[in-house]
Design a protein around this ligand. Structure first.
Ligand code: T46
Length: 140
């Protein structure tokens, strides 16, 4: 097994293909996005004070991009925690498997676009933080 440590916060900068009409960002699986994109979803209209997430994924990899407004993402790999603002349509946050995530402080206009490496599967979710810590400590 490799001892290589993967950074918890991994940003991807997407080139903005702008001209005098405005801006355009293109997202391509296995190119600008480091996996084959199997699913796309977006979160919008989040009510004031609401926080989302509170889970990790066993195998799913995702890239989250705030294409309008802003929200805060908390990432936690069991050893380290980081909180970052998602607030740019040209910046993607790459979230690997086995990372606990929470989203907080959504602005009213926030549209959070997420690209996923797998189709939706409820059995890929770990929704108990204690269970997540247990699994992480076993796999270390
Ligand atoms: C994640 C964070 C960033 C589906 O039916 N298909 C889907 O592809 C998704 C993502 C969700 N759903 C259903 C499941 C729930 O009944 O939509 C409902 C809301 O999903 P959830 O409560 O999981 O939403 P969040 O915002 O807590 O988490 C979502 C993703 O589920 C998760 O993978 O990493 O956004």
């Amino acid at each position: 097994m490799s001892d290589e440590k993967i950074d918890l916060v991994q940003w991807i900068d997407f080139p903005s293909l702008g001209d005098d009409r405005g801006s355009l960002v293109a997202l391509e699986g296995n190119k600008t996005v480091p996996f084959d994109i199997k699913r796309v979803y977006y979160i919008f209209g989040t009510q004031p004070g609401v926080a989302r997430g509170f889970h990790a994924h066993k195998a799913l990899k995702q890239v989250a991009i705030c294409i309008a407004g802003q929200c805060k993402m908390l990432l936690d790999n069991g050893a380290e925690k980081a909180e970052v603002w998602l607030d740019s349509p040209t910046k993607g946050l790459f979230i690997e498997e086995m990372v606990w995530r929470e989203m907080h402080d959504f602005s009213a206009n926030c549209v959070l676009l997420v690209l996923a490496s797998e189709h939706y599967a409820e059995d890929d979710y770990i929704r108990s933080y204690d269970h997540f810590l247990k699994i992480i400590s076993i796999s270390d």
